[in-house]
Design a protein around this ligand. Structure first.
Ligand code: C2E
Ligand code: MG
Ligand code: MG
Ligand code: MG
Length: 291
């Protein structure tokens, strides 16, 4: 950036800020319209259970189907939405879509759990547990089929209130996970106190655990930590077969990553899920016959 000799804040830096501000305002207006028009869509990424070799669930990841910009990823609008107080509306729509999709999959014979990400403001909404309970009842989806993910950052901000909301959600029978585990203000004190079921170890530690000994040490010890706390360890960001083999050897519970599948729209993912289920049944049948 050029330095500002005018002293009026008119150098390139100032102009850029103004441009950015305008762009953010436009995006925000478009997002409000988009929420009215139902432009949010969900892509789903499968989670593989290493003990059974079956895909046991999926994570719902929001995208904004913008009329001219195409698919906008969470990086492009979620922090703006959080600042503008729109996260409540977004989460309501995401939960609606995810629970309805879960119902449709179950009706098609796919017994999958669906994980939804929550943000800070969601946990500060005391009405969330009742809302979720009513939604599940309306769709006839059992609470154990819904998983909710929160990051460490979300948990640390007003921890008492967040913990209370989580405890009420968990009392409904919903499973809770700490997302991006290890990247936040990791403190063992909150792990000790929090009502959570799963740790999702961040991909920063998982991605290179096949080649980097320090990553490997972190993954191995975190699996042990999780198991000693009666939690499951989910590894995110599994991008190749070697990493998958390592994780299996270290007794990791579930994996998620591009190696298994990228997040996909349901119309593309459903045939993939059905095919995998058919293959699993066929190979189980083969094993029975061969005994
Ligand atoms: P996350 O919950 O940790 O989700 C995992 C992110 O990593 C996703 O990015 C996913 O596409 C990506 N990913 C999955 N496997 C791999 C892999 O093997 N390699 C690499 N490099 N990346 C992988 P995405 O969809 O862009 O979402 C980013 C973040 O946005 C999410 O991180 C989550 O924190 C947030 N987010 C997404 N959907 C929602 C939502 O509905 N509500 C809220 N509150 N947050 C959401
Ligand atoms: Mg997540
Ligand atoms: Mg994550
Ligand atoms: Mg993340």
């Amino acid at each position: 950036a050029k330095s500002d000799h005018s002293g009026l804040g008119l150098a390139s830096g100032g102009a850029d800020d103004e441009d950015n501000g305008r762009r953010r305002l436009t995006t925000l207006e478009e997002l409000r319209t988009g929420l009215d028009q139902g432009e949010l869509v969900l892509h789903y990424q499968p989670q593989l259970d290493l003990a059974t070799g079956l895909v046991s669930g999926v994570e719902a990841l929001v995208r904004w189907n913008h009329p001219t910009r195409g698919l906008v990823y969470p990086d492009g609008f979620l922090s703006l939405a959080e600042h503008a107080g729109l996260m409540g509306r977004i989460t309501t729509q995401v939960l609606d879509l995810a629970v309805e999709q879960c119902r449709a999959w179950r009706a098609a014979g796919l017994d999958l759990t669906v994980a939804v990400n929550l943000s800070t403001s969601n946990l500060h909404d005391p009405g969330l547990p009742e809302h979720v309970a009513a939604l599940l009842a309306r769709h006839g989806v059992p609470p154990c089929a819904l998983h909710l993910e929160v990051t460490e950052e979300v948990l640390m901000r007003d921890a008492a209130r967040a913990t209370e909301t989580l405890a009420r959600l968990r009392a409904l029978g919903i499973r809770l996970a700490v997302d991006d585990y290890g990247t936040g203000y990791s403190s063992l004190a909150y792990l000790h106190a929090l009502p959570v079921d799963d740790l999702k170890l961040d991909r920063a530690f998982v991605a290179h655990c096949d080649t980097d000994p320090r990553s490997a040490a972190i993954v191995k010890s975190t699996v042990e930590l999780a198991h000693n706390l009666n939690m499951r360890l989910i590894a995110e960001g599994v991008e190749n077969e070697v990493v998958l083999d390592r994780l299996r050897g270290w007794d990791c519970d579930l994996v998620q990553g591009y190696h298994l599948s990228r997040p996909q729209a349901p119309d593309r993912l459903t045939p993939w899920l059905l095919q995998r289920q058919a293959d699993a049944l066929a190979s189980a049948g083969g094993q029975l016959r061969n005994r």
